[in-house]
Design a protein around this ligand. Structure first.
Ligand code: F6P
Length: 322
């Protein structure tokens, strides 16, 4: 059966570049003769039939904007069989025969549930955490890295002026990719991530003491939110060293802002690829990028993959940021 009408939604935490992906889905679909609906607030919009038909101009003037014009949500209702059946019934009533979902692994599980119940879905990875195993770069990750870097550079100015230690928490959910890369880019003395066992004496005090011997007086310590506890860490550093320390939780500012060039291009490629897959009659696929090539994987196998943490990069950071 050929696809005639599709829908697109964004789900889970927003990520800069989601708009560019929505734009690419809508424009590709229309240019290839499909009708396309924009669904509001993730799976909630499917359940409550909250969607609107899009045209080429519906997605004008959004490629450079952060957030998502379709709004986003995490939908507990969708986890029930009743919620899923409502979503499917609404799609059937509108003649929607394919859905592109943009989000993280929770979003892909939803796509898998819908596909299993007869509604073909394609997933696009959009999350600042970069924690989708089959994908080297998720939409929003590059922007978040740059946002964090700019903010931490500013923290460095003030930490340096006061000879202080600055302990900074960055997002990433259970993953430390954001923390590791930002830590390298900002010259952090210690980078604490969930993937590597953390020892306060060895990983913080030991490194501060070694570096202080070379007359360095201010330090940046990056802590991934999956480890957390920055207030305690800053207090304990101050107690042990006698040097004033401040904790900063960067928080949701990391999820906002205009997407970088890289995220805009990636989102455009992925959105285009997702529609092509539906037109080829494919479903239950997640679009990815590996070694600069846009590829796709079966969602089930993609969710079962493990993304190795880059220990070499971590060791490199240990060696040069001291
Ligand atoms: O997945 C993106 C993310 O920003 C994580 O880094 C963070 O753990 C979580 O979402 C925060 O979620 P919320 O916006 O619901 O507070």
């Amino acid at each position: 059966m050929s696809v005639k009408r599709i829908a697109v939604l964004t789900s889970g935490g927003d990520a800069p570049g989601m708009n560019a992906a929505v734009r690419a889905v809508v424009r590709t679909a229309i240019n290839r003769g499909l009708e396309v609906y924009g669904v509001y607030r993730g799976y909630n919009g499917l359940i409550h039939d909250d969607m609107v038909e899009m045209n080429l101009r519906s997605v004008s003037d959004i490629i450079h904007r952060g957030g998502t014009m379709l709004y986003t949500a995490r939908s507990p209702e969708f986890h029930s069989e009743e919620g899923m059946q409502k979503a499917i019934a609404n799609c059937r009533a509108r003649g929607i025969d394919g859905v592109v979902v943009i989000g993280g692994d929770g979003t892909f599980r939803g796509a898998q549930d819908l596909t299993r119940r007869g509604l073909p879905c394609i997933g696009i990875p959009g999350t600042i955490d970069n924690d989708i195993s089959c994908c080297e770069h998720t939409i929003g990750y590059d922007t978040a890295l740059n946002t964090c870097m700019e903010m931490i550079d500013k923290l460095r100015d003030t930490a340096q002026s006061h000879d202080r230690y600055s302990v900074v928490e960055v997002m990433g959910r259970h993953a430390g990719y954001l923390a590791l890369n930002v830590g390298i880019a900002c010259g952090a003395t210690s980078i604490i991530v969930p993937e590597i066992e953390f020892d306060f004496d060895r990983d913080i005090i030991g490194r501060i003491e070694a570096t202080a011997k070379t007359h360095k007086k201010h330090f940046i310590i990056i802590v991934a939110e999956g480890v957390g506890g920055v207030l305690d860490i800053a207090r304990d550093i101050e107690k042990r060293t006698g040097i004033e320390s401040r904790a900063t939780i960067l928080g949701h500012v990391q999820r906002g802002g205009s997407p970088t060039l890289r995220d805009r291009v990636l989102a455009s490629q992925m959105g285009n690829h997702a529609v092509r897959l539906l037109l080829e009659g494919k479903s239950n696929r997640v679009v990815t990028i590996q070694s600069d090539r846009i590829l796709d994987y079966d969602i089930e196998s993609a969710l079962a993959m493990k993304k190795p943490f880059d220990r070499d990069l971590y060791e490199m950071a240990q060696e040069i940021s001291i």
